[in-house]
Write a protein that binds this ligand. Sequence first.
Ligand code: OAD
Length: 245
Amino acid sequence: MFAVSLLEAVRAAQRVVVLTGAGISAESGIPTFRDAMEGMWSRFRPEDLASPQGFRRDPQQVWAWYAERRGKVLKCQPNPGHVALADWQRRCAELLLVTQNVDRLHQRAGAQNVHELHGNLYEIKCTKHGAPSAWPEPIPDMPPTCPHCGDWLRPNVVWFGEALPMDVFEAASQAVPQADLCVVIGTSGLVYPAAHLPLLALQSQVPVLEINKETTDLSQRAQWFLQGASGQLLPQLLRAAFPED
Ligand code: OAD
């Protein structure tokens, strides 16, 4: 079912960079962003809910939306795709997991040192000076204020128009050209700069494996493209690559 060249590449790779997007968590019950009909942005305007301006305009609404999303995510469980990646990380000399997801399902499946490009739903931070801390429990109706400057505390996620955490993105950008294999899973590749990472791999002649339910702009250019659900394909691929375990 899998190309021999792919199984050999997976088996031989010592340094792997994996980039994940919302698709890897779809089978855990978390809606993706752009998948038509069920995507979150088909029901909400991103500029109202996921932007610094939207938060300034209506902190309570934005806070409530994130509190609800956080509540839903906490009830979801990692799926076999997350588990397979955490297992692969344990057997691989160096597997850097870079994610655009804010759900922390990779970590909950046992993955280590996950590079979160878009923040997470587990922390809040001061609007003015950062400094992440845990969400308050129980969650109040209004966002709390910073004990130091009095400004609002907000979810520690990257919003539209905001920069990514530069140290995280730079670490990922440096790892990609050094990798033996770059694996891109469940992302539409529409949001930059995250979408730049697979392009960097192609430019650096690093073989790319894409796993996605649908074709994307990357699919034709990737060395291997596996079309289907990552929660099924990843465990199958790793069982085929490492049959002795
Ligand atoms: P998208 O919603 O744009 O894309 C999800 C991708 O997952 C699509 O290409 C689907 O075909 C694919 N997919 C769906 N289910 C799948 C499955 N079971 N197995 C494999 N693939 C599947 O999500 P992202 O690319 O992650 O940013 O979106 C990137 C960023 O856009 C998000 O991090 C978010 C959003 O704006 C911020 O919030 C900053």
